[in-house]
Design a protein around this ligand. Structure first.
Ligand SMILES: NC(=O)c1ccc[n+]([C@@H]2O[C@H](COP(=O)([O-])OP(=O)(O)OC[C@H]3O[C@@H](n4cnc5c(N)ncnc54)[C@H](O)[C@@H]3O)[C@@H](O)[C@H]2O)c1
Length: 217
């Protein structure tokens, strides 16, 4: 993994800040295209619907501070955000479960620009083993163990059926995986040292449907 580490960011940004940071980055990339060199926190806040104080607090986590009456240097801030979010590193990942969702993630090449590279996928279904999806090989599940020994992969993505997710997560941890992106609805019980990010479409759908229902439209 290549680290640039040019900026000295504050560690431990809260989750709401982490979720907002990619939004700042995408906005600043557009601004850069327009040739804007400096941008103020109130301008960023206005465009993104955020309080300028919040913008300043969020961006301080990148280690970059705006200058009075000038604001932030767009280029510097973009680099600092990419650095902080790890978007300019190559973080290699293994994916387990090359079904509907797994295949969609493999085919989604934009992950690379987010610093995530799926090196290989693993499955138990013989009809999928040996195929490539988005240029990524689907290997026999048991190969996860031997391949992990050789490659020092730290990220695991789980897109299996719910009922096998815990077992797969434990295997991943035994293989040296330190961070798991769990797309199943299974609640994983793992050591607290393992970073788990759950992404459940059903919970987002529940929020959307409840809000629609509450809005009485
Ligand atoms: N987070 C989301 O937004 C979202 C959206 C859709 C589905 N899901 C969840 O993602 C998971 C996958 O959904 P899907 O529609 O892609 O299912 P799928 O059945 O199409 O794919 C699951 C894949 O896992 C493989 N598999 C089964 N047991 C395995 C094991 N022990 N080891 C390795 N591979 C194994 C299967 O062979 C299959 O290829 C489900 O848990 C589903 O609830 C999440």
């Amino acid at each position: 993994m290549k680290e640039t580490g040019k900026y000295k960011p504050k560690s431990q940004a809260p989750e709401p800040t982490l979720k907002r940071l990619p939004g700042y980055l995408y906005f600043l990339e557009q601004v850069k295209e327009d040739g804007t060199i400096n941008i103020s926190a109130p301008t960023i806040g206005k465009e993104l619907g955020l309080d300028p104080t919040q913008v300043v607090k969020d961006l301080a986590f990148t280690g970059v501070r705006g200058k009075p009456r000038v604001g932030y240097n767009t280029y510097e801030l973009i680099h600092a955000l990419e650095d902080f979010l790890g978007f300019n590193k190559v973080n290699e990942a293994f994916l387990v479960g090359a079904g509907n969702l797994g295949a969609a993630l493999m085919a989604y090449q934009e992950h690379q620009s987010l610093g995530l590279k799926i090196l290989a996928a693993f499955d138990v279904d013989e009809r999928k083993i040996g195929k490539t999806i988005g240029g990524i090989y689907v290997l026999e599940y048991n190969k996860l163990f031997s391949l992990s020994d050789r490659l020092n992969v730290k990220i695991g993505i789980i897109t299996t059926p719910n009922h096998v997710a815990q077992e797969v997560a434990e295997d991943m941890v035994n293989c040296g995986i330190k961070a798991i992106w769990n797309f199943t609805s299974a609640k994983l019980g793992l050591s607290e040292k393992i970073i788990v990010q759950n992404t459940s479409m059903s919970s987002y759908a529940a929020v959307l449907l409840r809000r629609l229902s509450d809005a009485n439209l």
